[in-house]
Design a protein around this ligand. Structure first.
Ligand code: ZN
Length: 353
């Protein structure tokens, strides 16, 4: 238990040290042409929280935080409990859902979400918790995250005590299962979160490859709203406002550099399907660099963990605050018209969304 918490403290300290000591200019450099670009540094899973460490951390926070509730919403193929973190002060207030790691090899989003949970317990977040209900489903695909799957991962590149894969234990891409909902992980999300709570906003957090760029500079991530023609235009506009809050808060940091993601219109993808089925404003956030992969140039090494975890914390904190104080309703969505779609440097074929 103590070791787990120490791990998270170290991660947080790393992110803060980057933000405070290095300052914006060197960090912008690190995001762009930094030491982890070619070869991408040491790619290892050993510094990432295991599923068990995550659960221990959540149970410990649940015991410390009176405003927090921890619920099990179902089990993975391999029987791991899937958790929902809840902060519900008043069901009449707006509600945002943060979803991480539908793809098991995209873990820094989860690390950031856990850091956010810790922040919510510090007392500095009372204004946020008074104004918005927050739901978090971290590590939906725990089997893929632990490499506990029914197919070989021999060609995956990361060192460490496990490999991590996009797919669930049955080799299904969970983010293509939001119409049929065949897999237990998808069923848990829809039956025990989407249909049980009135959710207004959702951010679906992912990682992409390492070589996407906007305006000639490597991105720290890219964002996109629902692009299915069946989404209610009012829902799409709210989604664009959610994206505006993220863009304004991340791109202005100096280390953040966001592009517009290239995503399909299929409703099997949560960004589209959840917007249509439940009229929820959704945003996809694709951070740079996966934690493990079989293809060269897709995974990103340890030295980038700090700013990518911080990017998650910034995203979650800023959006929850903007919903809590109502300022999201004034968010200017016109930046989407000029935001360049990301392009990819040669030598990479990353999985999409
Ligand atoms: Zn993904």
């Amino acid at each position: 238990m103590r070791k787990t918490l120490a791990t998270f403290r170290t991660l947080a300290a790393g992110a803060l040290a980057l933000a405070v000591v290095a300052g914006p200019a060197p960090l912008a450099q690190a995001v762009g042409e930094g030491p982890n670009y070619d070869g991408n540094g040491q790619i290892t899973t050993s510094k990432l929280a295991t599923y068990d460490q995550m659960v221990s951390f959540l149970k410990d926070q649940d015991a410390r935080q009176s405003a927090m509730e921890l619920e099990v919403i179902g089990q993975t193929v391999k029987g791991r409990d899937i958790h929902l973190v809840k902060y519900i002060s008043d069901p009449a207030k707006p509600t945002i859902l943060y979803l991480t790691q539908q793809h098991g090899n995209e873990q820094l989003t989860t690390e950031g979400a856990l850091e956010f949970v810790k922040h919510l317990g510090t007392g500095k977040s009372e204004d946020i918790l008074d104004g918005v209900n927050i739901l978090i489903v971290p590590m939906l695909n725990a089997d893929g995250a632990m490499g506990d799957v029914n197919f070989p991962l021999d060609d995956y590149l990361a060192t460490g005590d496990r490999n991590m894969t996009r797919y669930n234990a049955e080799e299904v891409d969970l983010n293509r299962d939001h119409v049929d909902k065949v897999q237990p992980e998808t069923q848990a999300l829809h039956n025990n979160v989407m249909r049980k709570y009135t959710v207004d906003y959702m951010i679906d957090l992912h990682h992409q490859g390492t070589r996407s760029e906007r305006d000639g500079k490597l991105v720290s991530g890219s964002i996109l709203y629902p692009t299915t023609p069946n989404a209610d235009p009012a829902v799409v506009e709210k989604s664009k406002q959610l994206g505006a809050v993220v863009f304004n808060n991340v791109d202005s940091t100096g280390w953040g550099h966001l592009g517009k993601y290239v995503g399909g219109s299929a409703e099997t993808i949560s960004r589209n399907g959840i917007a249509v089925e439940y009229d929820i404003a959704t945003l996809l956030f694709e951070m740079r660099g996966m934690s493990d992969h079989y293809a060269d140039g897709v995974a990103l090494g340890l030295r980038s963990n700090g700013y990518l975890i911080q990017q998650t914390v910034t995203t979650l904190t800023a959006t929850a605050a903007a919903i809590a104080d109502g300022s999201i309703a004034d968010a200017d969505t016109s930046f989407w018209d000029s935001l360049a779609t990301q392009t990819s440097r040669p030598g990479e074929e990353a999985d999409g969304e």
